[in-house]
Design a protein around this ligand. Structure first.
Ligand SMILES: NC(=O)c1ccc[n+]([C@@H]2O[C@H](COP(=O)([O-])OP(=O)(O)OC[C@H]3O[C@@H](n4cnc5c(N)ncnc54)[C@H](OP(=O)(O)O)[C@@H]3O)[C@@H](O)[C@H]2O)c1
Length: 323
């Protein structure tokens, strides 16, 4: 597993990290299988794990805490997120900071995450939604500064709203943000336009999330795919999105190099970009861990293939089902 520098924070993180949303409660999650997958990832050199308080109301954080406490001899980096107080995804400019991230709430939820994790400190705490209208507000700035000085957190990040990669740039320019988490994949190439150059200039780490577009870019979905109503994917892959997503993934199939998979192509597209510090595929099965982590050994794609993949860019705007 190759490592990359995590922005100006300077950590050496595995270029393939671990996304832990699914194991917080997507249908088909099995804790024993999730733990086996996490352990396998550590054995293969993965050292960066992304979770959130909201992934099963602490369930995913508890699994990560169990892993980290059992692996004290290996340095594992823990990234988690503070959910919006008003529980609304995504953030909107009309929401006040007081409704979403008031100072006492930032502290209280950070402490709640620490308790779920069973750890003394969090490496990276991220705001789970963001709106740039809060950039200059001193209340969040002072609170994260205090948490850093107290040693409760080491670094602070923004997890940008889906399909709004530029809604955070003003905040990044304050110099107070160490990392940004953004959707970046073969479809969602737009972070390259404005976000990545700013991160590069300021030494802000980039966490590429949702590398498979929630599953589309594994090539495994069909127009007949369905999920139980309570599974978030039944909402995301509703009539307005499933057919269009599957058609775009099918159109991509001829570009998958012989003997490899679409998932491999999707990860290696992301790894080809040096602005990315780590990519965090969601995984709950050891076989997915094996397949995905091996993409690091295969490395980036050749320039010709990257150029052809430019045509598959799919610029989307937030909709009521994309939260
Ligand atoms: N707002 C936010 O901050 C936010 C929002 C979304 C996601 N995230 C983070 O980003 C991470 C990644 O996104 P995601 O998990 O939503 O979606 P994703 O990584 O795009 O896709 C995950 C799906 O792909 C499947 N998969 C993984 N590897 C595969 C392989 N080699 N072959 C076939 N299928 C494979 C997974 O199956 P199994 O799970 O069954 O292995 C899962 O169903 C999350 O886990 C979370 O940490 C953050």
């Amino acid at each position: 597993m190759k490592q990359r520098r995590f922005g100006r924070v300077g950590w050496q993180v595995s270029e393939i990290g671990y996304g832990m949303w699914g194991m917080g409660g997507w249908t088909g999650s099995d804790d024993a299988e999730s733990m086996a997958s996490l352990q396998r990832a550590v054995e293969l050199g993965c050292n960066f794990f992304d979770t959130a308080w909201v992934y099963g109301d602490g369930h995913s954080e508890r699994l990560l805490g169990e892993l980290v406490r059992a692996q004290r001899e290996t340095r594992l980096y823990v990234a988690t997120k503070i959910p919006p107080k008003n529980q609304k995804w995504p953030a909107r400019p009309e929401y006040r900071l007081d409704d979403v991230f008031p100072p006492d709430y930032i502290r209280r939820l950070t402490e709640a995450s620490l308790k779920n994790l069973g750890l003394q400190k969090i490496d990276l705490i991220q705001f789970h939604v963001w709106d740039d209208s809060w950039a200059e507000d001193e209340r969040w700035q002072r609170t994260i500064d205090d948490l850093k000085r107290e040693g409760v957190v080491q670094a602070v990040g923004l997890s940008l709203n889906r399909w709004e990669p530029e809604n955070g740039i003003q905040t990044i320019r304050t110099g107070l943000i160490d990392a940004v988490q953004v959707i970046y994949n073969i479809f969602d190439q737009s972070p390259e336009d404005r976000l990545f150059p700013v991160c590069r200039d300021l030494g802000v780490a980039v966490i590429a999330r949702v590398p498979f577009d929630e599953g589309t870019l594994t090539g495994k979905l069909t127009e007949a795919s369905r999920w139980p109503k309570e599974d978030w994917r039944s909402h995301y892959f509703g009539p307005a999105n499933l057919k269009a997503s599957v058609e775009r993934a099918e159109a991509l199939r001829p570009l998958v190099p012989p003997g490899t998979t679409m998932a491999d192509l999707a990860l290696r597209f992301i790894l080809s970009n040096a602005d990315v510090s780590t990519v965090i595929p969601g995984m709950r099965k050891p076989r997915h861990v094996d397949a995905n982590l091996a993409a690091s050994d295969r490395g980036g794609l050749d320039a010709g293939l990257i150029e052809r993949l430019r045509a598959y860019r799919w610029d989307r705007l937030p909709t009521p089902w994309s939260d």
